[in-house]
Design a binder for this molecule. Structure first.
Ligand code: C2E
Ligand code: CA
Ligand code: CA
Length: 505
């Protein structure tokens, strides 16, 4: 590599190898930035050209940091330090690229340095805390588990999220000790929840790959289990896909030992790493966690839906359970349930909670409260072949306390009536195939307790009086309608429903 780079160096440039794989190239009399950019592109290309070593092909790539000296710079070492910072930025940027030094790198670097110093003492100073996020079974919404999520509460810096400090803890190797504390704390807390009768559910803990790779990992896990008195089946370890790829034989063996202890294993962030399906088949795991990036746009993006369906089908074939994380809405909840996803976790059910809030949550938790709330609302069915009419009706009624169902014809309406508990129906009169009064006369036979209204600009008095006299319909509302009047008529229809039901009771 030295020889290659030297080839590109002009007379007057200085090339030095300052460390194992670190070179410094000094270029005096730079005319303009383009000149540097040209050199950097050439270097990257040349370095990444494969070598042949003893009949093997080898390839390396470079990360380049660039810093420009101005007349103010007094200390040459500063220039090298700046280039070094920029090189680290290039590494973070995914390698095989070059970055120019900038002042904000300084800020970032200092912040990181500061966090490093503070992180060293965090464990001893008891600055870590675990939050717990509930997990539920899809459909029944029964509580089935908790995920322990680490928080760092620094006396001056305040609450620091794991995405900010875990990478640093990993870089420093501190994550092993911190991670061990997490497992110990989470296991002990789960035991205490069970002992106090607050919950008997699984506790999931995130593992860093560095932690999992420790030679004494299994030993330590056993010690923690014994000391916490927690039955192993109430503990689950969450591992990421990337960890699985590192040394598959060793990973399989370690996972088998974990299973032998009776602890279960989940693959976290599934679908975001390089999942190798052939490995998946060999790994003794229990659950797959679909990453929240697939759930975010599930309801609108059919591609996410397709991926999720495929993951679920595959997991079930392999005898694994599937949990979706990042579930935030009722629509996602219902859709995932329909897709046969087994379990759900996300803000829709609860955010990660500190222990005191969690315990209040556990005591008050009622499965399906949200679904029930919607379910308990009286239901109105709107039938009209014109979508714009349905749309404006929905708008007028958007603040009314009804669950609203809509459809374009009688056939669809019968399906909705079969699968929902409908109290009031408002139907257009003039529709192709079956008109409103005909439709409602059939509804009267099948669902006599419903209250039925017609909406029409059609003024065939005979049809109207006939329908009313035979009791098919309760009211006749003319198109175009008056918003307030329409609301009043519907309120009175729901009142009528209540009265007739309480009389027949
Ligand atoms: P993760 O394992 O993928 O954890 C899920 C993250 O999603 C958590 O972020 C959680 O607060 C967040 N989340 C949960 N529900 C929702 C939702 O409905 N919407 C959205 N937008 N987000 C939701 P958090 O707590 O900031 O943790 C971030 C990551 O830090 C975790 O991602 C995990 O990789 C890591 N981590 C957390 N605790 C530990 C730990 O004890 N050890 C290790 N090694 N890593 C940890
Ligand atoms: Ca996780
Ligand atoms: Ca995730």
């Amino acid at each position: 590599m030295s020889a290659r780079i030297r080839n590109k160096v002009r007379v007057g440039d200085t090339l030095a190898r300052v460390g194992g794989d670190e070179f410094v190239l000094m270029i005096p009399d730079v005319k303009n930035v383009d000149q540097i950019n040209l050199i950097k592109t050439k270097l990257l290309k040349m370095i990444s050209t494969p070598f042949e070593v003893d009949g093997h092909i080898a390839q390396v790539t470079a990360s380049i940091g660039i810093s420009l000296a101005d007349d103010l710079l007094k200390e040459p070492a500063v220039l090298i330090r700046q280039a070094d910072l920029a090189m680290h930025e290039a590494k973070q940027f995914g390698r095989n690229n070059a970055q120019w030094y900038s002042l904000n790198m300084e800020g970032k670097f200092n912040k990181r340095l500061d966090l490093k110093v503070k992180l060293k003492n965090a464990l001893a100073n008891r600055e870590f805390e675990l939050y717990y996020q509930p997990q539920v079974e899809a459909g029944s919404e029964r509580l089935i588990g908790l995920e322990a999520l680490l928080r760092w509460k620094h006396p001056e810096l305040g609450l620091i999220g794991p995405d900010e400090f875990i990478p640093i803890a990993e870089e420093m190797g501190l994550i092993v000790e911190i991670g061990q504390w997490v497992v110990k704390e989470a296991a002990a807390y789960n035991y205490s929840l069970q002992k106090r009768g607050l919950a008997k559910i699984v506790m999931a803990v995130n593992l860093s790959s560095l932690q999992f790779q420790q030679d004494d990992f299994i030993e330590q896990l056993e010690i923690i289990l014994v000391k916490s008195k927690l039955e192993p089946k109430w503990l689950e370890l969450e591992l990421t896909e990337s960890l699985m790829l590192e040394n598959i034989e060793q990973v399989v063996q370690k996972l088998q030992e974990i299973k032998r202890l009776g602890v279960s294993v989940a693959i976290d962030d599934f679908g975001t790493g390089f999942s190798s399906l052939s490995y998946l088949k060999r790994l003794p795991i229990d659950r797959i966690k679909i990453d929240k990036s697939f759930i975010r746009e599930l309801v609108t993006d059919h591609k996410d839906g397709a991926i999720i369906r495929a993951i679920i089908a595959m997991a079930h074939q392999l005898g694994l359970k599937v949990i979706a994380e990042g579930v935030e809405t009722i629509a996602q909840t219902k859709m995932l349930h329909r897709m046969l996803c087994d379990e759900l976790q996300g803000y829709f059910f609860a955010k990660p909670l500190p222990t005191d809030s969690l315990e209040v949550f556990l005591e008050d938790y009622l499965p399906n409260r949200n679904l029930k709330a919607e379910h308990d609302l009286p239901t109105l069915l709107l039938v009209d072949d014109e979508d714009n009419i349905l749309y404006s009706l929905r708008r007028v009624l958007r603040k009314e306390p009804y669950k609203i169902l809509t459809c374009n014809n009688a056939i669809e309406a019968f399906e909705l009536l079969a699968s929902n508990d409908v109290q009031v129906i408002l139907s257009d009169q003039r529709m192709p195939k079956m008109n409103g009064t005909e439709f409602l006369s059939r509804v009267k036979d099948m669902y006599p307790e419903t209250v039925r209204l017609i909406l029409s600009g059609y003024t065939d008095l005979r049809t109207v009086t006939d329908a009313i006299n035979h009791g098919f319909i309760y009211k006749f509302i003319t198109k175009p309608w008056q918003d307030e009047e329409l609301k009043k008529e519907l309120q009175s229809a729901f009142r009528k429903y209540k009265q007739s039901v309480s009389i027949s009771d």
